[in-house]
Every structure is written in C-alpha cells, then in structure tokens.
Design a binder for this molecule. Structure first.
Ligand SMILES: Nc1ncnc2c1ncn2[C@@H]1O[C@H](COP(=O)(O)OP(=O)(O)O)[C@@H](O)[C@H]1O
Ligand SMILES: [Mg+2]
Length: 580
C-alpha cells in the first residue's frame, strides 16, 4: 500500500467514523497535553531539585519538590487513564460501526456476490480486520497526540537547559523516523497476508464443523488434522512475520539511543568541565532525554500501526462497497397480482463462475392458480429457474413477468412477499420452534402458528416435545428429524400466506413414510395457490396441470403427464429411471 492510498483510507475512516467521536478525541487531546506537560515537568523539577536541595541545601524545598513530583506523577497517571479509557471507547465504537456495516452488507447483498466468497471470509472481516482498525484508533491516534506533545515539550526543555547538547540530540530524531518509515509499508502488506490466512482458518473451521459426520464416515480425522496443522501453521507464520517486522524497529531504536547517550555523555563532560553546563541542568537534560526516548520510539513506529489499520479498513471497505445488484428500490411500484401468471420470455442466465448458460433462451408460462412442474435431469436448470423468480439472481437476457409486470420493474419487497419457497435443505435458526415458524410473520399469534402447524401436519410431533413450541431446535435444527424440519418449514410457508409457492425437491431427502405426511402438508399449502414443483418422484407431479421438461438449460417439451409420456422419449426415460 502506498502512502497516497493510506491517506485516502484514513480520510475515509475520518469522514465515516472518527469525526462522529470528535468530542472524545478532543478530550483526549487535552489529556495528551496534560500528559506531555506533566512528563516534562518531572524532568524540569530535577533542575531545582539538584540545585536547591543538593547544592544549596534548601530545607523547605527538600519537602516541596518531592511532593510536587508525587503530585505531577499522579496527574500524569490520571490523565493517561482517562485518555486511554476515552480512546478505547472511540476505538470499540468505531470497530462496532464497521461490524454493523459488514453485517448489513451481508444481509442486503445479492446472492451472487455472497456466493463468490466463503462465509469464513466474512467472519474474518468482522473479527480480524475490525480488531486491527480498533487497534489503529486506540493506539495510533492516542499515541500520535500524546507522544508528539511530549516530544515537543521535552525537546524544548532540552533546549532550555542547554541548546548545544539539544542540537546534537535532535539530529537523532529524523534518523529514527527515516529508518522506521520503510517498515510501515512492509507491515501493512504482511498484515494483509495474515488476514488472508486468518480468513482461511475461519473458513476451514466452519467446513470441518459442518462436515463433522462426513469426516468421521470417511475416516479423515488424521488427514484433516494435518490440514488443520497447515492452515494454522500458515497463519502463525504470517503473524510471526508481522510481529518480526514490527519488532525490527527495536534494535534500531536501541542502537540510536546508545549513540545518543554516548554522545551526550561525551559532550556534556566537556561542557561541565568548561563550566558551561551546571550539574542541575545536566540532570534535568538527562531526564528529559530519557523520557523522550519512549515517545520518539512510539512515533517512529506509528506508521506501522497506521498501515496495519488502513490495510484492514481497506479489506472491509472492499466488501461493504461492493455494489448491491439486486436491491429494493422503493420508488418502483408494488407488484399487483390477480391471477399470478408467470411468464419467462427469452430468458437466459449464466452463473458468474461458470462458462455455460444454466438457462438458455427459455420461453414458458406458469399458469396462475395451477400447479406446474419442472422436470429434467440433475443440472438441467430447474432450481435455477425457481431462483430467478424471487430475483435471487437476475437473468442476463430476457424478461420474467408476473401478471404482465416485469419483476425487475417492481418493488423487490412486494415481489418477495408474494413468494414462498420450500426447498430440500431446510434452514432453521438456533431458536425455538415458535420463533422459527413465526419468522414468516412477526405479528402472528400463537393461534395462527398452531393453525399453520395443523395444516403442515406438524402439530402432533410438536405436542410430544418436552417444551412444545418452546423447544430449541439446535444449530440448523439438528435436534429434529428431516421430516420434522420439513414440516416446520412448510408451516412457516403456510404462515406467510403468499400467492406463489415454489417447491424445490421439498420431499427428496425424506423417507417414504415422512414423505407421505409431508406430501399431505404440501397439499394443504398449495391449495388454491400458484405452485411450481420440482420433484424427484412422479407421484408428486403426476397431477400437475402442466409439466415442463428441461434439458441442459433448454426447454424440451411441455404438457401434462399423459401427453409427455407419448410425445417425449426423454420424459419417458426419465419417468422409467428416476421419477417413479
Ligand atoms: N451457485 C451456482 N454457481 C455456479 N453454477 C451453478 C450454481 N448453481 C447451479 N449451477 C450450475 O447450473 C446448472 C443448473 O443447475 P440447477 O439449476 O441447480 O440444476 P437442477 O436442475 O438440478 O436443479 C448446473 O450445471 C449447475 O452446475
Ligand atoms: Mg436443483
């Protein structure tokens, strides 16, 4: 990262976040002045201490000066404490604001954008990168203020005590700065790499947690342990590299300090002997120089923290700035449905990551109020069509109309309100059964939910659960069987009361017995609605009003079962091999 880029990102951080916390930062600025003032007062106090107490043997000051020193240290301690408390509040809040932005961008982003990245990377953004930005604010901003003031005051004191010595000492400062400057860019780059590996680790962890059963049945525990070792070792190495670059400043700074003190003793010896420098000035100067060491060192390394923070902020901004391609545009009119005819006109769609079109110039009409079915071999494009209707993706070519309204030209919320989707993988939150069903309608009463469950044939098993509707379902419903989960998802769809029902292999993962129960539930769900079904077994699509046969993203044929079995070889072979 170049300095110009760093500037842009820090400016943006300022504009979007930091300036809203200016009050606290200004308070920190004042406290920083206190810290700098007290620090240099301590160095200055050594001057009268040596002169009045040791040389002139003043009895009153022998009391007063130590007391003053205690007081100054206490003020310094308190200022430092309040400055850190306040800057931490600012840093944590800013990190929180960024985390909220990431969460929002995940929630509003289009599916294609989300598909393009492993979920682990988003988690790493939220944790690793926001942590880095917070560190940049808490350490970087405060140190910049308090250390620059301290250096200015301490160096002024050095000049006050003896300008010749001070001129010598001040030459060391740009040297320290120059040497450490280079390290900043390196540390920014290394941190970006570390962040990448941190993302890998989170992604890997989520994979092995999700794949826990598969790993055990394939007995890959040892192999995965090795993979885990690799992923973690990579991250450790990158983190070590970051640390080692940051620490590289230490020997440079120590050596410089050595030079400084050696030269100082050499020169001051001469100056004392020639009577140009009093012992009191010597001590005060020495103290100021020693006290200036820490802030100079911290200022020399501050650019590393800045590059680190800016690199992290950049990674966050890349994500939150991604344009949302499919979003709710409130100025568009609502979708008005009467019959719910759905028409695809010359629709073609290609996933970003593939070369072939998943849907290739399809024209068809799903009749409103009827049951339509999509059949075809796996990969034919059935689910893709279903995903185009609620605009999870937008086709590159062609139009989709619902009751003659282009779905791209209506308000997205009003479109999705009309559609219920029940698919093979049921998504449940780790919450109670009631809340999982009520997700469809936050105003639903207990009676509404119970009624939906009755229609979904879910009431019986829920009644048998120890906590009934308050039973926690576990992560993605692990505590329920496949059929139970599916019935909850159907109850949820029933509660949504939408006109259009999309069923994507809703019963495919079930055994025959639960399939029957679920099929009854589905029949209740789709009664009087416009329905599109994708199903493995013929029994479920047998009574569809119209069946569309797809192959390789193209529409081969359509008609009811009796017609297709006569006219289509493909349908016949599907029917014989698969649908039964
Ligand atoms: N998210 C995705 N990203 C890239 N390619 C996909 C994605 N989903 C499906 N595909 C591809 O699109 C084609 C159609 O898939 P799909 O509509 O899921 O078929 P199916 O008829 O089995 O439901 C397949 O070749 C599949 O590999
Ligand atoms: Mg599918």
């Amino acid at each position: 990262m170049e300095f110009s880029e760093l500037k842009i990102i820090v400016k943006r951080l300022y504009k979007d976040h930091i300036r809203y916390h200016l009050k606290r930062i200004i308070l920190c600025l004042f406290l920083s002045i206190c810290i700098a003032g007290t620090t240099s007062s301590i160095a200055w106090l050594l001057d009268p201490a040596v002169k009045k107490i040791f040389i002139e043997k003043n009895q009153t000051l022998a009391w007063a000066i130590p007391l003053a020193i205690i007081l100054t240290f206490s003020i310094k301690g308190l200022s430092l404490y309040f400055a850190r408390v306040n800057i931490n509040i600012v840093a944590e809040r800013i990190s929180g604001e960024l985390q909220k932005k990431i969460a929002k961008s995940i929630l509003f982003s289009d599916i294609q954008t989300l598909d393009s990245r492993h979920s682990g990377r988003y988690i790493s953004n939220v944790q690793f990168d926001c942590g880095q930005v917070s560190h940049f604010v808490s350490t970087g901003v405060l140190n910049l203020m308090k250390d620059s003031f301290s250096v200015v005051l301490l160096v002024s004191l050095m000049f006050y005590q003896n300008w010749k010595l001070a001129t010598f000492a001040i030459f060391m400062i740009p040297l320290a700065g120059g040497l450490a400057k280079n390290l900043g860019k390196k540390v920014g780059k290394a941190t970006t790499e570390a962040s990448y590996y941190s993302g890998n680790l989170v992604a890997y962890l989520s994979d092995i947690l999700r794949g826990s059963r598969m790993i055990r049945i394939f007995q890959k525990e040892d192999q995965e342990t090795e993979n885990a070792d690799n992923v973690i070792t990579n991250l450790v190495n990158k983190n070590l590299r970051v640390a080692s670059i940051m620490l590289r400043a230490t020997p440079i700074m120590e050596a410089l300090t050595g030079f400084m003190i050696a030269g100082f003793i050499f020169f001051s010896g001469k100056l004392i002997n020639s009577g140009e420098l009093g012992l009191n000035n010597f001590f005060s100067f020495l103290a100021a120089m020693m006290l200036a060491y820490q802030p100079i060192r911290s200022l020399a390394t501050i650019n590393m923290v800045a590059y680190q923070g800016a690199a992290a902020a950049k990674r966050i901004y890349i994500e939150v700035d991604k344009p949302i391609r499919i979003k709710n545009e409130t100025h568009l009119p609502n979708l008005n449905t009467s019959k719910c005819d759905m028409t695809l006109q010359n629709v073609s769609f290609k996933y970003e990551t593939t070369d072939d079109k998943a849907i290739n110039n399809i024209n068809l009409k799903f009749e409103g109020g009827k049951i339509s079915a999509l059949v075809g071999r796996s990969g034919a494009g059935k689910s893709t069509i279903i995903n185009l209707l609620p605009r999870f993706y937008d086709p590159q070519d062609g139009k989709i109309l619902i009751d003659n309204q282009d779905i791209k030209k209506v308000n997205l919320k009003s479109l999705r309100r009309k559609i219920s989707l029940v698919s093979q993988d049921v998504i449940l939150f780790d919450d109670t059964i009631r809340n999982n069903i009520g997700y469809a309608d936050s105003n639903a009463s207990q009676e509404d939910i119970e009624e939906a469950c009755k229609f979904a044939a879910a009431d019986e098993f829920i009644e048998k659960l120890p906590n009934k509707f308050n039973t926690m379902v576990g992560e993605n419903g692990v505590k329920l069987s496949g059929g139970q989960k599916q019935r909850i998802s159907i109850a949820r769809a029933i509660l949504k009361k939408s006109e259009i029902i999309l069923l994507d292999e809703a019963t495919s993962s079930l055994d025959t017995e639960s399939e029957k129960v679920v099929q009854n539930a589905i029949n209740n769900l789709i009664k009087g609605r416009t329905t599109i079904i994708i199903a493995h077994r013929l029994s479920t699509i047998h009574n569809a009003d119209k069946i569309f046969l797809l192959n390789n993203g193209k529409l081969l044929d359509s008609g009811n079962h009796e017609k297709l079995i006569e006219t289509s070889k493909e349908y016949e072979s599907l029917y014989k091999n698969q649908l039964k």
